[in-house]
Design a protein around this ligand. Structure first.
Ligand SMILES: Cc1cc2nc3c(=O)[nH]c(=O)nc-3n(C[C@H](O)[C@H](O)[C@H](O)COP(=O)(O)OP(=O)(O)OC[C@H]3O[C@@H](n4cnc5c(N)ncnc54)[C@H](O)[C@@H]3O)c2cc1C
Length: 504
């Protein structure tokens, strides 16, 4: 069983060089996932000089750990959008997301991108009659949103269901192959792509300066296409960060159902889809088990639960891949896409929940229109400066109570291990040494990896993620390697090592 995503294995290994010199461009894009790549492609195609700076590898962030489903509806559910806003808003959400899927499809055809793009139905499934009411509510909301929705009582799934909601003509693809192809097209359009080039500091000004290890990029505009914007931003206080788990299994029967299936479960749903890779091997992907980042000690159990879930419904032969990734949920159920303010030319795209392959594409379309001074019919709807405290209040208060509790839990005298020698091989714990809190991991060979436990973003204390072997900040989702290097999230600065450089 491989501890990586299926998509990463089934994409070419093309690479781009790190930035090695100073550069001036019209637009600097931080992040090479769905959002950054699409924006860079659109802007380079429109004649702007563009540099895309990716900390690791293009597509290697959340995009390469997603499910590869493209649908007009949203994880939050359309009835939630209808009741928080109104049916007009739900209509605009569905129309804008449909346009983004259309953008992907056009590119796939026009550029002959080999990424297994197929139009497929999307289904929401109620396994038990008790869930039918919610399903019917969602059916009406989808209809109000202008989606071609139907109710049905049977599906291609091999287990009994009570009722299903179907929307035709949604889509699926291999997100990693699509990302790789877009990167190549950016170069063809005259843009630059730099990998292994983390942006370490940003100085906003005229022009803006983005500092990396071996070069500085100056730019008139910056796009934070980093899933969550870098630095300390108000928008971080509006979002909850959740981690979710995936397995890809093989079946004995070879009976892989086509389409997107969201099966309602308590307290969360499971997402199911099939994929046949370039060697002709088929897999069933099963995703679920979300929890707040940094809030689950035994997160290996999430995989056990997924395996049990899949095993109870399908004739599972083997579990071949497993992975996990995180997402950011906005306070009012809509993502934050657009300029941070009127003047500075800094753009963000975040709060996508698990709908960001489509929302990321839409964000790129909106932001490039804003930069190119084109009208965009949806820019206002997703504007990060929108004021809707009533629609946001519930989740805003909940998320910030959690953050407050995390700060309380993080009081300096509270630690998980009293002394470093209490930490067993392949275990990570926080330890207080001379009044300072450290995050200490003992690897399987017994070597200690010790860094400060204080997140460099907003000073919460990081928690150990046993499954991904990382230090995760429960407050705003920054993640760090065992040696303190930023993996993702709003932090830009690595966790410092103790001054002596030696484990205590
Ligand atoms: C388990 C799971 C399944 C999902 N499935 C789906 C799905 O089926 N359909 C769907 O629509 N959405 C899905 N999503 C959501 C979707 O994957 C994301 O919303 C989307 O990929 C976000 O794209 P992005 O480009 O904004 O971010 P990312 O893909 O995360 O890209 C951001 C990039 O920024 C880079 N970066 C960060 N900091 C720096 C820095 N300082 N300097 C340079 N680069 C930096 C990162 O390395 C990363 O590559 C899923 C999410 C999860 C967690």
């Amino acid at each position: 069983m491989k501890k990586t995503s299926l998509w990463k294995e089934d994409a070419d290994a093309s690479a781009y060089p790190p930035l090695q010199n100073d550069l001036h461009v019209d637009v600097a894009i931080i992040g090479g996932g769905m959002t950054g790549l699409t924006a860079a492609h659109l802007l380079a195609g429109a004649g702007k000089s563009v540099a895309l700076l990716e900390a690791w590898r293009v597509g290697g962030g959340t995009t390469g750990f997603s499910t590869g489903n493209l649908y007009a509806t949203v994880e939050e559910r359309m009835h939630a959008i209808c009741s928080k806003f109104d049916s007009e808003t739900a209509h605009a959400v569905a129309a804008s997301r449909t346009a983004a899927i259309g953008h992907i499809e056009n590119l796939v055809h026009r550029l002959a991108i080999d990424c297994d793009f197929h139009r497929r139905p999307w289904r929401l499934i109620s396994e038990i009659p008790q869930n039918n009411k919610i399903l019917e509510k969602e059916f009406h909301a989808c209809r109000e949103a202008g989606l071609d929705a139907y109710l049905e009582t049977s599906t291609p799934l091999p287990f009994d269901i009570s009722r299903a909601l179907r929307i035709e003509n949604q889509a699926q693809f291999n997100p990693m192959r699509y990302a790789k192809a877009l990167a190549a097209e950016i170069i063809k359009a005259g843009g630059s792509v730099f990998e292994r080039t983390p942006v370490l500091r940003i100085k906003e000004g005229s022009p803006h300066s983005l500092y990396t290890e071996n070069g500085t990029v100056t730019a008139d505009k910056i796009i934070h296409a980093t899933h969550s914007p870098k630095g300390v931003r108000f928008v971080h206080t509006l979002m909850g960060v959740h981690r979710e788990y995936a397995i890809a299994v093989k079946l004995n029967s070879n009976n892989y159902p086509e389409g997107i299936f969201w099966v309602m479960s308590r307290p969360h749903q499971h997402s199911i889809r099939a994929y046949t890779d370039s060697r002709g091997e088929s897999f069933l992907l099963v995703l679920g088990e979300p929890h707040k980042v940094g809030h689950k000690k035994d997160n290996e159990s999430c995989f056990r639960n997924l395996e049990a879930y899949a095993g109870a419904r399908f004739d599972v032969k083997s579990v071949d891949y497993r992975w996990s990734a995180q997402n950011y949920r906005s306070a009012d159920g809509l993502p934050y896409i657009g300029a941070l303010d009127e003047k500075t030319g800094v753009y963000i795209a975040t709060g996508f929940a698990t709908d960001g392959l489509t929302y990321g594409t839409l964000a790129a379309m909106i932001i490039s229109d804003l930069i190119l001074d084109n009208e965009n019919p949806w820019a206002k709807l997703y504007d990060p400066r929108r004021h809707n405290p009533l629609k946001s209040a519930g989740r805003f208060i909940k998320e910030n109570v959690h953050v407050f509790m995390d700060y309380m839990h993080d009081l300096p005298y509270r630690a998980e291990a009293k002394i470093v020698s209490d930490i067993r091989p392949d275990e990570g714990k926080t330890v207080v040494i001379k009044g300072e809190k450290f995050a200490v991991y003992r690897d399987e060979a017994g070597v200690l990896h010790q860094v400060s436990a204080v997140c460099t973003h907003m000073k919460c204390i990081v928690n150990w993620n046993a499954e991904a072997k990382s230090w995760d900040c429960p407050c705003h989702g920054s993640r760090f390697t065992v040696d303190g290097r930023v993996i993702e999230g709003p932090a830009m600065i690595d966790l410092p090592k103790p001054e002596t450089g030696k484990p205590h």
